[in-house]
Every structure is written in structure tokens, then in C-alpha cells.
Design a protein around this ligand. Structure first.
Ligand code: GDG
Length: 733
């Protein structure tokens, strides 16, 4: 990995105009902090939007801004008013944001906005493509740029692409609502590594990939043609030391140095020593659960009257996306609720809620974190929520209680917080009470545990762990491709082929010579394949054997008229050209009546699955079933079949979307060796795609050309990526 570049919607600086001078002001947000270390260390460029509408900029101003950013190793992607309206406020914030946070009723599905989303994603990708060189890596961020990974990968396959989603990834039932769901997944799958905050988001993503595309997923790897894509969870952290140091600095300040806010907070406590403060901080967003929180606070004051006059909720709601209707309605609702609660429970010298609708300087934020006894963080849905971590980090003496919604990603890491359901007023009101009455020792011990974790896994660790995994993904991809048949390997292979006098060629059928069909009987050879086989067998020096798990009748019918040998049912039956069927080993099928009912039970419970009966094996096919259910049931079936294995000397074979039970002691490897029977072949080649072919790859002599179709781990000496590649190779022989 040479350089690492970052692509995100916003650049890590904002433009400041003062005294007719334009300058850049560095952003202090979590992402900017985490990424700065990375892109500086790896000498990359940060690609993103400068944050101003380009329609409002003259050409000279635009170049001045570009030059300022260039000095900071940033490349600007300019967005005009229409881009901002349709791409940013439109598709990003009116479609993806609500949908991914399960607010399906708020999601707009507007074709024009989608078209703009594609167009603007392409703008970002083009800007990245201008900067990025082969061998570099790019780390793309968040829901505004879901299509960028594929847009980069398709143009520059030798660039390693990482993608991190900062918001939740919803379950398939919600994601499927999106008319452009396939395009979004395809866009993300351009990445080599896809990161989420939690494992739940990761598994929702896998489920969507499986259901929409049926791609093979093993552990956390998705296999697509010639690529492997890794998805993993990386819970984002904060700059822990910065919060600790800032909180220490605030604690050290003398009265005269304190901010106005801090002095007001001090005054509040001075009025009475048993006064308490509860803190709530978020962007004013419907996902943050602010109205529910207010209602729960009112319920608390109603249920526990002894706390009236003593407990104040400080609510900082940072203005956000105020051009979007739902945000304006939310603002109105919050304003009204605050007014109502203050009216109901307030008095001349007591205001239950101090409400700030604005953002505050960082130092004020720290003063709030340090002064408040309880943090009430109750989003109805939140990708992570960094405020929770910042509050805990800022508690230098370990006192304070965090009340946390179970719907925030951060709840997965903060088990010692009081975890609540954000729509359950009663539960929240009781938790506020529990927090305010929690013994100091308990507060300290809970905070200490949480601190240890957020200190260890801070934002720098988060970024470096992601990069470490990105490097591994890059290495995995090259391992994967290591056995690929390159033009020079192919040339040697064909030279040897041409020089050989007697060649044994073993060809698996399904997944090798032809692609899988939902119904196995539909996978008969087409004209192209017939021509390939004819061409191969016309050459007298070639002895071609189709070696398959299929039943003998089907293959005999499909290949009648060809000069090929057939080995069927994984090596039970063999028929040489012009010969008759003979059994390669003595096997029986008297175990079938015992095993069949078990399989039938799985057919009944798994719609779309069916049993195929061969002479000496039973096969359960689940290619037509709902993919996740099929995989799940396949594991259960294997487990149940195990009870029959030793009684009947059986073997279970796992093929591609099939579970096959057959008599033991036979496999394609034994059959191939028996076939070769010490004949003097000077060129042996075997091609196959699945687990059953691995026996053949293992048994054949070392000098044989064993070739795996597909990129998964194999004993074969070479790999090709697809059926089309097999056909292309055989056509050259
Ligand atoms: C998205 C996801 C995910 C807030 N008010 C002020 C202020 N802040 C700072 C906080 C904190 C940040 O803003 C808010 O971060 P969150 O994580 O809580 O929420 P989102 O903005 O919705 O972020 C979220 C995050 O991405 C990261 O992946 O955790 O789930 O929705 O750092 O301190 N900072 C200042 N004044 C304020 O008034 N200076």
C-alpha cells in the first residue's frame, strides 16, 4: 500500500471569511481527528466538498479556495445549489438517512434525487480517480457516498478501497423498500473492506447481499467472481486524551478564568448542595429521540416529586438540516414540549429545562460534561453516538451516570451504563431516579470500566485497526489471485500440451463446464460446450473424462455421440468410450430408507428445496430456497445426518447449495486414479469447482495441471475465475 487517500462528503476544514480575507478553519470533529493522522502518515489527499455552494463563488474565489485546500493536501469537489438540494438534502438526508434509521415513513423516493445522487457520487469518484494511483488505497466515508467504492474499483481495480458507514445498516425488511437497493449494495461492494460500527449492522448487510444477489458468504467474506470482499465491525472511538486533558484544564481554572456558562453552573449548585444536573446533547434530529426524552423527564418529575426544584435538565440541541420539513416540525414539537414542562413544573427560582438551540464552543461542551451528574442519551436509533463516550471520558473523578438507549451502537460497548428503551417513558423515568440516587462508589466503578475500554479503543486505534484490516484485505486479494492462470502460465501450459503424446483430461461438469441453474435438469450442454468437447475429443491424443456427481443416465444422454469417458456419482460408476457401465467399487444403497425420511423432513420445512435420488446417493438441493434459511437448514441437516454415518459407512458431501449423502470409500480422487491405472500419460489436467473435486486435486500426481474454478481456498495448483474462463482455456487446446 503506497498512499492512503480519504474521500468524505465534507473536507476537514471550513471556509472562513473575515476582513475580506479567506482562511481555512480546521474541523475538530471525530472523523477529522481520526483521519488526519492517517492521511498525513500515508501521504494521501483528502477529497471532499468544501461546504459552500459553488454558485455563490466567482471563478477567482473558487480557484483561491482550491489553492488553500491544496496546501492542506485536500482536493475540492464543488457542489452547486442544485447538487446540494438533490444529492445532499435530497437523496442523502431525505431518503437514506430516514430509511437507514428505520424512519421509513419519512423516507422520500424521488427519481430526480436518485439521479443526482448517482451524478454527484460520480463527481467524487472522478476527483478521487484523478488523484489515486495503482497500488494506493482509498478510504471512503459514509452514506452520502455509497456508490463511490464501485465507481473507483471499476476504473482502477488495483486500488484498494475501504468503506466505512457511520450510520446503522438496516435489516433487509427495511432496506428492501429502497427502489435502488441493488445499486446501493453494488456500489458498496466495490470496496475490499466494508466497516460498520457494530456486528448487527454487518449482519444486516450480509443478509441484504445474500438475499439480493445470492453471493457466497463464508464467515465475514463475500465471494464475487474474481474478488473477495471483507466486512467487519470497527466501533468508532473518540480522542480520549483530548477530553481528559480538557476536563482537567477546566477543573483547574480559577473563578476569574471561568466562562460565563461555567460560572452560571457553579451558581446553580451553590443555591443548594443537593441540586443535580442532567445533560442532553445532540443535533436536533428525529433519530435522537428528543421528544421521548422530554416526556420521560416530565414523567420523572411527576412520579418523583421530591426531585422537583432540585433537578434540571440541560438540553443542548444543535441546529441541523433545518431546510428539511421533518426537522422543522421536530423543532416546533421540542419547543412546545419544553415550554409545557417548564410551565407545568417551573417556578420563579426553578426552571426544569434549560434549553439551548445552538452549538457551543468546545470548552463549554467540556464544562457541561464535567458539571452534569447524569448524561441522558436516548436516541431511538443511532449508528454509534460519540457524545456518550465523550461524557464518560470527561468525568475525571469517575463520578456521574450515563443513561443510554439500547438503540445506539455505543450501547454494545457500554454495558455498565443504565441501558434503557428510548420509547419507554416509565423505564426512562425510573432510570433517571436510579441514576440520581446511585451511590458514588457504584458510579465510580461503572465509569472506570467504561473508561478503560474507550481509552484503549480510541479514534486513533479505530482508524489504525481499519487500515490494518485494509492491508490484510489487500494481501488476501493478492493471495487469492496468486494461483490465477496468467498469460505466461497459460502459454507454458499450452506448450506442454502441444508437445504431449497422450493426455488425460478430467472435467467436472456443474460449475466447471456449465453454470448452475436453479433446476439441475436445465443445465444441459449448449452448442458452445458441445463444440468445445468435440474439438477436444477429435484430437486422438486426448482421453477426455467427464467426472461428476451427477447420475449416469443424465450424463450418458447429454454426451451421447461424443468420444468421452464418463465417471458418475462421484466415482461409483464408470463408462469408457464404447464400453458399458461398470461399478468402480462395491457400494450399496440399503441405507436409503433410513436416511430419506430425515431429508424429507427438511424438504417439508424448507420451501424450494428438494431431494434428488441417485443410485448410490441422496442429494438435498437448496439452491431454490431462501438463501439464509437454506444455509441454516443445511447446517441442521448435516448435524442430523451425522447420526446415520457410522451405522452405514456413509459420507456427507457439501457441494454448491447441495448436501449429498453417499456410501463411504468412493470419491472423485480414487476414481481418477483408478482410471489412470498407471497408463503412461504425459499430460494430466483436471478441472473442478467444489469440495468434491478437491479429492481429485489431492490424489492426482504433482505434475498434473489441477485447476480450480472460483477463487476459494484449494489444493489445486491453479485457479480460473469462471465457467467462461474454463471454456476459453479449453477452446485453445
Ligand atoms: C454520526 C452518526 C456516529 C455536539 N454538539 C456540539 C458538539 N457536538 C459534537 C459532539 C460529538 C459530535 O458532535 C456528535 O457526534 P454523534 O456521534 O453523537 O452524532 P452524529 O453527528 O449524528 O454522527 C453517529 C457518528 O456519525 C460517528 O460515526 O456516532 O451515530 O449519526 O463529537 O461532541 N461540538 C461542539 N459544540 C456543540 O454544540 N463543539
Amino acid at each position: 500500500m503506497q498512499k492512503i487517500h480519504i474521500v468524505s462528503n465534507r473536507l476537514p476544514f471550513s471556509i472562513k471569511e473575515e476582513d475580506e480575507k479567506t482562511t481555512l478553519e480546521a474541523s475538530v470533529g471525530g472523523l477529522a481527528t481520526g483521519m488526519k493522522s492517517i492521511y498525513k502518515e500515508y501521504g494521501g489527499t483528502w477529497i471532499g466538498w468544501p461546504g459552500v455552494d459553488s454558485d455563490s463563488l466567482s471563478a477567482e474565489k473558487e480557484s483561491e479556495i482550491d489553492a488553500l485546500f491544496k496546501r492542506e493536501k485536500c482536493a475540492s469537489v464543488h457542489l452547486n445549489a442544485e447538487d446540494i438540494e438533490l444529492f445532499y438534502e435530497g437523496f442523502s438526508n431525505r431518503t437514506i438517512w430516514p430509511l437507514f434509521h428505520y424512519f421509513t415513513q419519512y423516507a422520500d423516493f424521488n427519481q430526480e434525487a436518485w439521479d443526482k445522487y448517482v451524478e454527484v457520487n460520480q463527481k467524487f469518484a472522478d476527483a478521487a480517480l484523478e488523484t489515486v494511483e495503482d497500488g494506493d488505497a482509498v478510504w471512503v466515508h459514509d452514506y452520502q457516498l455509497l456508490l463511490v467504492p464501485e465507481m473507483i474499483k471499476s476504473k482502477k481495480p488495483n486500488v484498494t478501497v475501504g468503506f466505512f458507514l457511520h450510520i446503522p445498516f438496516p435489516s433487509f425488511e427495511v432496506f428492501r423498500i429502497l427502489p435502488w437497493r441493488k445499486e446501493i449494495i453494488q456500489g458498496m461492494l466495490g470496496a475490499d473492506l466494508i466497516g460498520f460500527h457494530t456486528y448487527d449492522y454487518e449482519r444486516h448487510f450480509f443478509s441484504c447481499v445474500r438475499r439480493l444477489f445470492g453471493y457466497e458468504i463464508s464467515f465475514n467474506q463475500i465471494h464475487i467472481d474474481d474478488r473477495i470482499i471483507i466486512a467487519d465491525s470497527f466501533p468508532m472511538g473518540i480522542d480520549y486524551d483530548k477530553f481528559v486533558k480538557s476536563a482537567q484544564a477546566v477543573a483547574m481554572k480559577g473563578v476569574s478564568e471561568k466562562s460565563e456558562l461555567h460560572q452560571e453552573l457553579d451558581k446553580y449548585f451553590l443555591a443548594s448542595p443537593d441540586r443535580k444536573l442532567i445533560l442532553s446533547i445532540d443535533r436536533l434530529d428525529y433519530t435522537k429521540g428528543i421528544p421521548n426524552r422530554l416526556k420521560a423527564f416530565a414523567r420523572f418529575l411527576e412520579k418523583y416529586p421530591e426531585f422537583r426544584q432540585k433537578v434540571t435538565l440541560i438540553m443542548l440541541a444543535v441546529p441541523s438540516r433545518d431546510q428539511v420539513d421533518h426537522y422543522q416540525l421536530l423543532k416546533k414539537e421540542v419547543d412546545e414540549l419544553v415550554g409545557q414542562i417548564n410551565g407545568d413544573y417551573g417556578s420563579i427560582n426553578y426552571t426544569p429545562i434549560w434549553y439551548f438551540y445552538r452549538s457551543m464552543p468546545f470548552d463549554n461542551l467540556i464544562e457541561l460534561y464535567s458539571s452534569c451528574d447524569v448524561a441522558l442519551i436516548t436516541p431511538v436509533r443511532d449508528g454509534m453516538n460519540l457524545v456518550a463516550k465523550e461524557y464518560v471520558a470527561s468525568r475525571i473523578n469517575n463520578t456521574g451516570v450515563l443513561i443510554l438507549s439500547e438503540m445506539a451502537g455505543v450501547a454494545k460497548e457500554m454495558g455498565e451504563a443504565l441501558i434503557i428503551n428510548p420509547v419507554d417513558d416509565e423505564n426512562m423515568a425510573d432510570s433517571i431516579h436510579q441514576a440520581l440516587t446511585m451511590p458514588i462508589e457504584e458510579q465510580k466503578s461503572r465509569t472506570a470500566f467504561m473508561k478503560e475500554r474507550i481509552q484503549r479503543y480510541d479514534v486513533f486505534k479505530w482508524a489504525s485497526e481499519f487500515i490494518k484490516s485494509l492491508k490484510k484485505a489487500e494481501a488476501k486479494q493478492s493471495d487469492f489471485l496468486a494461483k490465477m492462470i496468467t498469460p505466461s502460465i497459460e502459454k507454458t501450459m499450452l506448450d506442454k500440451y502441444n508437445k504431449a503424446e497422450k493426455r488425460a483430461i478430467f472435467l467436472d461438469y456443474d460449475g466447471t463446464l456449465t453454470s448452475f441453474k436453479k433446476n439441475p435438469q436445465d443445465a444441459m450442454p449448449n452448442e458452445e460446450l458441445h463444440n468445445i468437447i468435440k474439438n477436444l475429443t477429435d484430437n486422438e491424443k486426448n482421453i477426455v473424462t467427464i467426472i461428476s456427481g451427477r447420475d449416469r443416465y443424465t450424463l450418458e444422454k447429454w454426451f451421447s455421440g461424443h468420444r468421452v469417458n464418463l465417471i458418475c456419482e462421484h466415482g461409483v460408476w464408470m463408462k469408457v468410450v464404447d464400453g458399458t457401465w461398470e461399478m468402480l467399487s462395491t457400494v450399496n444403497n440399503n441405507w436409503m430408507p433410513n436416511v430419506r425420511p430425515t431429508m424429507e423432513n427438511f424438504v417439508d420445512r424448507t420451501p424450494g428445496s428438494f431431494i434428488e435420488e441417485k443410485n448410490y446417493s441422496l442429494v438435498w438441493h437448496f439452491r431454490k430456497s431462501e438463501p439464509e434459511q437454506g444455509e441454516l437448514r443445511a447446517n441442521e441437516l448435516k448435524d442430523e445426518l451425522n447420526t446415520h454415518l457410522s451405522n452405514h459407512n456413509l459420507e456427507i458431501m457439501e457441494g454448491n447449495k447441495v448436501i449429498e449423502v453417499k456410501s463411504g470409500g468412493i470419491n472423485k480422487g480414487i476414481a481418477a486414479l483408478q482410471f489412470l491405472n498407471n497408463e503412461p500419460y504425459d499430460y494430466i489436467m483436471a478441472l473442478g469447482d467444489d469440495w468434491t473435486d478437491e479429492f481429485m486435486f489431492r490424489e492426482l500426481p504433482e505434475e498434473a495441471y489441477t485447476i480450480k474454478v472460483g477463487l476459494t481456498h484449494t489444493k489445486a495448483s491453479y485457479k480460473v475465475e469462471s465457467v467462461a474462463a474454463v471454456r476459453a482455456l479449453l477452446s485453445k487446446m
